[in-house]
Design a protein around this ligand. Structure first.
Ligand code: ATP
Ligand code: MG
Length: 428
């Protein structure tokens, strides 16, 4: 993509109400545009990141056998009356009437709809387990939308729903998804701490929120320092669910098994939440299958959310410096920024254009800054949008035959021959 043609409305000044760093950087880097309170359009740069995150989330879900669907955002109130949540949900639910005065709502989550679909089609235990998920827009009329896409009103969420024959099978599904969440977040260079969450009237201990630590997080979490030193191989449900981690509301100093330095606390951003809720919805909506002994059994369910839009902000909170964003490679909107510092110089233009074409033919995603701008502006914009690698071309490149490469995260610079450059890009 050539920067002169790319829709990248970077800002020098950000609105004063943008308090947290991710919100400020997303606005400054032209990733999002606010259309009303808590509602954002994703502009090309932001959408590229959102899409990368969606792809990682989907891939990890598919690997463990979940199946992707897409459900309507507008749902009938009648289904929600069956589960008792139409009245229970409160003001966060956006209620709509159609032209026939029928009650609809904009989905804040989708347990009712998916359970209804399940019960229409699945009749035998032989078809279990099933995990269906979608990545789709949700609407919750948050009383105080804030921090940009971190707490929006309309936001992109991965929501998954599991159907199993009994508690043991449901628990296995839950553990499989728990572990896949850890891998999903790791792929985005985020270390997530699974915190036991309230299971309400269901009881048991099968509900976890996944938090990434950031000073701007809205939750406070307390956790065993062992979380920070666990080797990857030990990041399993069996090990991690036995370590202490609690949100502020649960955490009870007197009861806490961890004492002294071993107990850590931090602000956290909730990026995921998984929940086993047994037969709460299957009972209400009649989701039964025929069991092995020929008797009808009500299926055991769980639901599994990831804040896909919120993740973009959480990644920025975890990966930035004074100059801008530091995208992990896996979610970067482009792989490389190519800067032509001598735009208009025929030899430099030809070299830069040639490199741009070659890289693209190698399937490297390049953002080519061929604008007629000062070098300082080009450097600042490139640092702001945070692509992992910058290749800088100027008069010196022609004279010495060496390309300058800057690694955005470390600031390290290298002078490389053309061949070394290609090898370096392939290796990084
Ligand atoms: P929170 O406690 O932050 O309000 P929640 O517990 O209501 O979130 P869930 O129903 O668990 O949210 O939704 C699953 C995930 O969706 C959350 O873990 C979070 O990452 C994301 N999410 C929830 N609400 C919002 C929102 N208003 N804006 C952006 N993402 C959200
Ligand atoms: Mg939650």
């Amino acid at each position: 993509m050539k920067l002169s043609q790319f829709f990248l409305p970077t800002l020098k000044e950000v609105p004063a109400d943008a308090q947290v760093i991710s919100h400020r950087l997303m606005l400054r880097a032209g990733m999002i545009h606010q259309t009303s309170a808590g509602i954002y359009a994703w502009l090309p740069l932001g959408y590229r990141v959102l899409k990368k995150i969606e792809d990682i989330v989907s891939r990890e879900q598919d690997i463990i056998g979940c199946q992707k669907v897409i459900l309507p955002t507008l749902q009938s109130a009648d289904l929600w009356r069956k589960s008792g949540r139409y009245d229970g949900y409160g003001k966060e639910m956006l209620r709509i009437k159609d032209r026939h005065e029928r009650d609809l709502l904009y989905s804040p989550t989708a347990e009712e709809v998916i359970t209804d679909i399940f019960q229409s089609h699945i009749k035998s235990y032989k078809q279990l387990p099933q995990v269906l998920y979608q990545i789709h827009w949700k609407f919750r009329d948050e009383i105080r939308p804030r921090f940009g896409v971190m707490r929006g009103r309309e936001f992109l969420m991965k929501d998954g729903y599991s159907f199993d024959l009994d508690y043991n099978a449901a628990k296995q599904t839950y553990e499989r998804i728990y572990e896949s969440y850890l891998r999903t977040f790791k792929e985005m260079d985020l270390t997530a701490i699974p915190v036991k969450a309230d299971t309400g009237p269901i009881g048991g201990d099968l509900s976890h929120e996944f938090h990434v630590m950031a000073p701007t997080g809205e939750s406070t979490i307390y956790y065993d320092a062992a979380f920070e030193t666990l080797p990857d191989a030990a990041r399993t449900f069996a090990t991690m669910s036995n370590l202490y981690a609690a949100a502020e509301e649960m955490h009870d100093v007197a009861q806490c098994p961890i004492k002294g330095e071993q107990l850590k606390s931090s602000k956290g951003i909730e990026i995921g939440h998984i929940f086993y809720f047994g037969t709460k919805y299957s009972k209400a909506l009649g989701a039964e299958v025929m069991g092995p002994d020929g008797k009808q059994m009500t299926v055991e369910m769980g639901s599994y959310g990831i804040g896909v839009g919120r993740l973009v902000a959480a990644i920025i909170e975890a990966h930035h410096d004074d100059a801008g964003i530091l995208w992990p490679k896996s979610v970067a909107p482009f792989d490389i920024g190519l800067l032509n510092l001598k735009q208009g110089d025929a030899a430099v233009d030809a070299l830069a254009e040639d490199l741009y074409t070659t890289l693209r033919s190698m399937n490297v995603d390049v953002l080519y800054d061929e604008r007629d701008e000062r070098a300082g502006t080009k450097f600042a914009d490139m640092d702001l949008i945070g692509l992992p690698l910058q290749v800088i071309i100027g008069a010196k490149t022609i004279k010495e035959g060496l390309f300058e490469v800057k690694i955005r995260k470390s600031g390290e610079r290298k002078m490389l021959s053309k061949e070394e450059l290609f090898n370096f890009i392939k290796a990084n």
